[in-house]
Ligand binder design. Structure first.
Ligand code: UD1
Length: 417
């Protein structure tokens, strides 16, 4: 297993460039299946989850040519409609392939997805949506088999604005007959990016960025090139790395609109934020102040930022309360932070954080992608040398994290296994 070795205590300064968004890239790569042709994508992050997505596409017959952050995907020779089980288990977002495969070929076979262990993460809303579109769903020996004569547009109201279910229904209905309307749809910017990409390919989607998305089925899509949006969670992570070290950093190639809830909270803890187009500068106080945070669907505070922001609050003056409203077990990282001297108590959905100045290095184990990132952030201010095992979790979602943090002056090394 790979590990991060971090020597804490450096005030971060300088500039870091934000990569393309993981959660936009994954469904967009899946969506290339809907076009039997060549798609060119730019600003694709170089991370493990994206590599897993390429592997699955190659397994089913696509040709993938990647160079740095550009990829050309040729989906004209896809000949398999099953998603290989071991790859499906590696990453939850592989479920998004189901919507694209069924949308294009009217059949798909897959197993329950894997991914970070942050809660039960069912896919009932995805499957209910598929059924409403006229797709029959059978479960046999843990496999889910989807088939349809045709996909017929309909009204789908989501019980909860699930990001993945919204995306899957959009993908399944782009090439369907008639109009599909999704109400109570998720509004995350990554869904907006997926819809913009699909429309560029020739899809007819209206209501982009709202909770009512209307998809008018079209016969076929066409070859396009597309630039993936910046990663808002990566942007937030580096801003917080700056904040916890009392630093002064600039992030470039970001979208300030997408991270407004994070910027608001950073101002609330007394950081100064200056925005100029796609550059955001953060000037941190010596010690941040305590605040409360509640995670909510977009435009609320993102659950993916919960662990990293909570880490900042472990060093704050006073006591903070963080409430996780999206996933039920997203606090596994806390016992590792507590081993480093953080004072966090979990009570149901709440984490009560008593700020302290005494964070100590320790040997810790990344519990999931964002929980692992939290440990990296904590290690930046810990006294001594922290070793974070299971770093592969972090590499799933952060492009060149050690290189970027080193550019800001951190002492961090990655040991690959
Ligand atoms: C996506 C993101 C993830 C982020 C999450 C919430 C990707 C690849 N991942 O995950 O990083 O943390 O959005 O912003 O884009 N639910 C159900 N039934 C379903 C689907 C979801 O009950 O069929 C529940 C989940 O258990 C969870 C909540 O809905 O409690 C939100 O999940 P969802 O929005 O679907 O998240 P993901 O798409 O899995």
């Amino acid at each position: 297993m790979s590990k991060f070795i971090i020597k804490g205590g450096k005030r971060l300064e300088g500039e870091v460039k934000i990569s393309g968004s993981k959660n936009a890239a994954l469904p967009i790569i899946a969506a290339t299946i809907l076009n039997s042709g060549k798609t060119t994508l730019y600003n694709v992050p170089n991370i493990k989850d994206v590599q897993t997505m390429y592997k699955i596409l190659k397994e089913i017959g696509a040709k993938v040519v990647q160079k740095n952050n550009k990829v050309i995907i040729d989906t004209s020779k896809i000949h398999r409609y099953e998603i290989p089980e071991e790859l499906m288990r590696k990453m939850r977002s592989s479920v998004i392939l189901a919507g694209a495969i069924i949308g294009k070929y009217k059949k798909a076979k897959f197993t329950y997805p894997g991914g970070c262990e942050i809660g039960s993460r069912p896919i009932d809303l995805h499957l209910k949506g598929f059924e409403k579109l006229g797709i029959s769903i059978k479960e046999e020996y843990g496999e889910i088999i989807c088939e349809a004569d045709k996909i017929v547009g309909t009204q789908i109201n989501l019980d909860f604005p699930s990001v993945g279910a919204t995306e899957n229904i959009i993908l399944a209905s782009c090439l369907g007959d008639g109009i599909t309307v999704i109400t109570n749809a998720a509004k995350e910017p990554e869904i907006e990016d997926l819809c913009k990409f699909l429309n560029k390919m020739g899809a007819k989607i209206k209501g982009i960025g709202t909770d009512r998305i209307e998809i008018n089925g079209v016969k076929a899509l066409k070859d396009v090139s597309y630039n993936i949006m910046p990663d808002r969670i990566e942007a937030g992570t580096y801003l917080i790395a700056g904040a916890i070290t009392g630093g002064n950093i600039r992030i470039v190639n970001a979208n300030p609109n997408h991270i407004e809830p994070i910027l608001n909270k950073l101002e609330e803890v007394n950081c100064k934020i200056n925005i100029e187009k796609s550059t955001i500068e953060l000037v941190a106080p010596k010690r941040v102040k305590s605040i409360d945070i509640k995670t909510m669907p977009y435009p609320g505070f993102p659950t993916d930022m919960q662990s990293v922001f909570a880490t900042l609050l472990t060093t704050a003056k006073g006591t903070s309360i963080v409430t996780e409203n999206i996933f039920e077990s997203r606090y596994k990282y806390i016992q590792e932070l507590n081993r480093m001297g953080a004072k966090i108590k979990v009570e149901g959905r709440n984490a009560i954080i008593k700020g302290t100045k005494k964070i100590q290095a320790a040997n810790v184990i990344a519990t999931d992608l964002r929980g692992g990132a939290a440990m990296v952030i904590e290690a930046l201010v810990a006294k001594g040398i922290t070793q974070i095992d299971n770093a592969d979790y972090i590499l799933r979602g952060y492009d060149n994290m050690e290189g970027k943090l080193r550019m800001l002056g951190a002492q961090i090394f990655l040991e690959l296994d």
